[in-house]
Write a protein that binds this ligand. Structure first.
Ligand SMILES: Nc1ncnc2c1ncn2[C@@H]1O[C@H](C[S@+](CC[C@H]([NH3+])C(=O)[O-])CC(=O)[O-])[C@@H](O)[C@H]1O
Ligand SMILES: O=C(O)C(=O)Cc1ccccc1
Length: 247
């Protein structure tokens, strides 16, 4: 398969009926462009994941990248840490994503111990790990399934391990939320998306990407057993949390 990446124009023509958003071949082909133009702070978060791994990961520990898409998290870690510093398993439900990610690691960082597996993070048999990353993935699980996954990740983490959870969020306060969503749409417009693209994608994501509040995330992490969790990044209605399992 070609590794070409295209500009995201998926919602640029008027559709009679907007289908539910899915991570199919069409999305895979333009995914790097889509996520960079649609997720405020995406590049900054990736850069910081390498720094967090340097600080918190025991040498040689195992890392999970859950909902790895094209492998951006693994590439960010491999760009910053030597090959013997960690082993990584990327997991994704989309076969199109998994095959492209596997090819990318083989060409970009063949020395690093990185594997990609097709699987559902709700049913995976987790191995002990030092760091687990959910970079904009939990938001796509049905809300009722999220608690059990976070509990399973707490159990899989070794003492002293960290979970990094990046998510689109909704603010508790209605006015604050309206302002954040309006400015988020401005952000997309500034990145070249038309009003029609913004509106059709919004429809496609309804009931597919269901955001939680930051408070709901922190409470769920605490219920799962995490002793501490901090919001370390927020840019409009997108945020990243780090949660710690005591050593
Ligand atoms: N149940 C599931 N099990 C496994 N994977 C899933 C599941 N549900 C959805 N996915 C996968 O989660 C990924 C979410 S994208 C992650 C970006 C990446 N982390 C990045 O840092 O570039 C975020 C976004 O597109 O906003 C997709 O590849 C889905 O196939
Ligand atoms: O584009 C959006 O509206 C988003 O919320 C971000 C996003 C990015 C990539 C796939 C799905 C959602």
């Amino acid at each position: 398969m070609s590794d070409a990446s295209y500009r995201d124009a998926i919602f640029s023509t008027p559709l009679d009926r907007v289908a539910r958003f899915s991570f199919d071949e069409q999305v895979v082909a333009c995914f790097p462009d889509m996520i960079r133009r649609s997720v405020p702070g995406y590049g900054q978060i990736l850069g910081m994941l390498g720094v967090i791994a340097e600080r918190h990961l025991r040498h040689g520990a195992h890392v999970y990248d859950l909902g790895c898409s094209l492998g951006a998290v693994g590439l960010a870690l491999a760009g910053r840490l030597p090959a013997d510093a960690f082993r990584l398993t990327g997991v994704d439900l989309s076969p199109a994503m998994v095959s492209r990610a596997g090819e990318t690691f083989a060409t970009e960082c063949p020395e690093h111990a990185i594997e990609v597996v097709e699987g559902d993070i709700r049913t995976l048999d987790y191995r002990p790990s030092g760091m687990i990353v959910l970079n904009f993935t939990l938001q796509f699980l049905p809300p009722a399934d999220r608690e059990a996954v976070i509990k399973a990740l707490f159990d899989a983490l070794e003492p002293g391990g960290v979970l990094v959870l990046s998510e689109k969020i909704v603010a508790d306060d209605e006015q604050e939320n309206a302002w954040l969503v309006e400015r988020y749409h401005d952000f997309k417009r500034a990145n070249g998306y038309s009003d029609m693209e913004i509106s059709q994608k919004r429809t496609a994501l309804e009931n597919v990407l269901v955001p939680d509040t930051l408070a709901a995330h922190h409470q769920r992490l605490a219920r799962a057993g995490f002793q501490r969790s901090h919001t370390w990044f927020q840019y409009l209605n997108f945020a990243s949390i780090i949660a710690f399992k005591d050593a």
